[in-house]
Design a protein around this ligand. Structure first.
Ligand SMILES: NC(=O)c1ccc[n+]([C@@H]2O[C@H](COP(=O)([O-])OP(=O)(O)OC[C@H]3O[C@@H](n4cnc5c(N)ncnc54)[C@H](OP(=O)(O)O)[C@@H]3O)[C@@H](O)[C@H]2O)c1
Length: 254
């Protein structure tokens, strides 16, 4: 069923992982998708695999001109409109407080908090015309106090808070703002977390099934399905939707 027929959707960080999986899912359900990121080769591969419904634009979300280029490209590819902005691009940093490098902390906050906020600001005029919506990506790190990823956890706490404030601010413009919180999904960002090579990291992540009461880690399609719901849920705004197989429950056996 084409539940996203003719929706114009911009996904930042769409050249890999969850963003790439969502691009394929949205295109298969009728959307015209534009993906962005810094690595042209990754974007090109994903777009070629999806076909003409997917367009790509190289850009860095921390750069104002790049953000405008992403929006312009998405509006053009989407037939002169933008229905949905998915603020998916993010980076992580492997450190707790002891030894935390200030420049790395600022980089994570700029990349994960300031950049999507400013992209959302730039997208408001287009989203107001379509009564569109914005989706942010939070993290299970805000549900579980896991040590060693301090900057990342702080950035995702900010993302979740600001998505609710933006829902309140943009509601009168008929723009909805929601946030999904994925559990573990085997992607590149996790290779950065574990410090392993991507193949080892992927195998490691599949071993994390026991942390999820549902008994498995997530697939990108699990996250895409939740976003599909939020895109169509016309009376849902300010929602923080856990899509994590129950990982955030932190359930333990005493
Ligand atoms: N995988 C998980 O277990 C998990 C769990 C909870 C939340 N998340 C969240 O899910 C989202 C997607 O992550 P993922 O797991 O799919 O990891 P990923 O494969 O590393 O995806 C991150 C994407 O963001 C892009 N990106 C990073 N910085 C950028 C910048 N400055 N400008 C433009 N693009 C940038 C990267 O592309 P370039 O490097 O080419 O720019 C990459 O495509 C993130 O928000 C992440 O925090 C993931």
């Amino acid at each position: 069923m084409n539940t996203l027929q003719d929706k114009s959707i911009l996904i930042t960080g769409g050249g890999t992982g969850i963003g790439a999986g969502c691009a394929a899912y949205f295109a298969a359900h009728g959307a015209r998708v534009t993906i962005s990121g810094r690595r042209e080769n990754r974007l090109r591969e994903v777009a070629e695999a999806i076909g003409p419904a997917c367009h790509w634009v190289v850009g860095d979300v921390t750069v104002a001109q790049s953000r405008q280029d992403m929006l312009d490209a998405a509006i053009q590819h989407g037939g002169g409109k933008l229905d949905v902005l998915v603020n998916n691009a993010a980076i992580t940093h492997h450190s707790g407080l002891i030894g935390l490098d200030e420049a790395a902390l600022v980089q994570v906050l700029q990349n994960n908090v300031a950049a999507p906020l400013m992209l959302t600001q730039a997208a408001v005029p287009a989203l107001e015309k379509t009564h569109g919506s914005v989706i942010f990506i939070g993290s299970v790190h805000t549900r579980l106090a896991l040590s060693g990823r301090l900057a990342y956890a702080a950035s995702k706490g900010a993302v979740q808070t600001m998505s609710r404030v933006l829902a309140s601010e943009l509601g009168p413009k008929k723009i909805r703002v929601n946030c999904v919180i994925p559990g573990a999904v085997a992607t590149e960002i996790n290779a950065a977390v574990t410090g392993q090579d991507p193949k080892e990291a992927k195998a490691f992540f599949y071993k994390l099934a026991h942390l999820h009461p549902i008994g498995r880690i997530g697939e990108t399609e699990d996250i895409a399905q939740a976003m599909e719901y939020l895109i169509n849920a016309s009376w849902t705004t300010g929602a923080i939707l856990d899509v994590d197989g129950g990982m955030g429950l932190g359930s333990t056996k005493l």
